[in-house]
Write a protein that binds this ligand. Structure first.
Ligand SMILES: Cc1cc2nc3c(=O)[nH]c(=O)nc-3n(C[C@H](O)[C@H](O)[C@H](O)COP(=O)(O)O)c2cc1C
Length: 325
């Protein structure tokens, strides 16, 4: 007998090491350029894009936004993170993202910024479960089992609210990333790791197939390993830790002994890649200043060099200053 039409979906997330390490999505930071730099230093097990708005993607604004979805073979596997309001746009976008070659699709239900919350998006969905469920269902239908669908969220809106996480765990997600703070807490209080641990225990009961990733204030790989072990997590996600150490995902980071010359060269590499990638000024040169602080650090004269670089105003000037440093 011939068995036709059965596609066995291999969820690549299940094949990742345990715990796996994820580079957090950071808007205006983790673009293809920075992801390539991190990949060359010490790659994580999984990358995320910056969040991209589906309502914008399915509008005349598409041409501009689609550039945020660029990636190269170096940044693999990469999950596209999306946000928005209209479930139909999530459905269409999900199908397109699969065709573009993304390894997965993540839904942002955690961004605390006033403008998105006022619009009822991202962390505002914690208080609008009906829409949250519609968005997840539409995305799952758009992806049609071809890639995993996941959510990144916080542990509540104004207060810690395990019913939100329980609700999400009932929706057949492939992965749930939890930033251990409420929306109200922004980034201002210590991360509630115990609550992330409680969510993992809930997962064991409600949704054994959903992988749990913990996030918040992790500065080193070692710290990530300890937290994953303590709370039984499948993965850990590091965001701002990469600003203090671009080799944060390495077994052993070279950064503490990285010389001035190599730090300067790493920034020059970032600037050249930025200039090649965003040829038509799609990204403002000032967005590089955040990276200046990352690389131009930890050696004599770094502060003075940063002061020159921060006001350079063009890639050519930046490269000239770096070459003379
Ligand atoms: C500059 C910046 C931009 C961010 N943009 C996003 C985003 O696009 N999507 C998202 O889910 N989280 C975003 N975040 C939140 C991070 O992914 C992460 O959850 C948060 O920084 C806490 O982790 P960390 O302490 O390891 O940085 C952003 C954070 C920062 C600092």
């Amino acid at each position: 007998m011939i068995n036709i039409g059965i596609i066995i979906f291999m969820n690549f997330l299940q094949q990742l090491p345990r715990p796996f390490f994820v580079l957090a999505p950071m808007d205006d930071v983790t673009d293809t350029v920075f992801r390539q730099v991190v990949a060359d230093c010490a790659p994580p097990d999984l990358f995320f894009t910056e969040f991209v708005n589906v309502d914008g993607l399915q509008s005349p604004g598409r041409a501009k936004l689609i550039k945020k979805l660029q990636f190269t073979a170096k940044e693999k596997p990469v999950i596209a993170q999306i946000w928005g309001k209209n479930p139909e746009n999530f459905r269409k976008t999900a199908n397109e993202l699969v065709e573009m070659g993304f390894a997965g699709i993540d839904l942002n239900m955690g961004c605390p910024e006033k403008t998105v919350v006022k619009n009822g998006c991202c962390s505002a969905l914690i208080n609008n479960r009906e829409l949250a469920a519609e968005i997840i269902k539409a995305t799952q239908e758009g992806a049609a089992g071809r890639v995993p669908v996941s959510v990144k969220t916080r542990i509540g809106f104004s207060q810690i609210d395990l019913t939100w996480l329980e609700f999400l765990l009932g929706l057949k997600l492939d992965m749930l990333t939890i930033h251990g703070r409420t929306r109200k807490e922004m980034s201002e209080v210590p991360v509630h790791w115990d609550v992330i641990g409680e969510v993992r225990a809930l997962r064991d009961k409600i949704a054994p197939q959903t992988l749990i990733v913990g996030n918040g204030d992790i500065e080193t790989r070692e710290e990530g390993l300890k937290l994953a072990e303590k709370y039984g997590l499948d993965g850990v996600m590091i965001g701002r830790g990469v600003f203090h150490d671009p080799f944060v995902f390495a077994q052993e980071s070279q950064w503490p002994t990285y010389t001035k010359e190599r730090r300067v060269e790493l920034y020059a590499r970032h600037v050249r890649l930025f200039d090649d990638t965003w040829k038509n000024n799609e990204r403002r040169i000032v967005t590089l200043n955040r990276f200046c602080k990352v690389y131009i650090n930890g050696f004599d004269g770094a502060k003075e060099l940063r002061e020159q670089l921060m006001v350079a105003g063009s890639a050519d000037k930046l490269l000239a200053i770096l070459a003379a440093a």
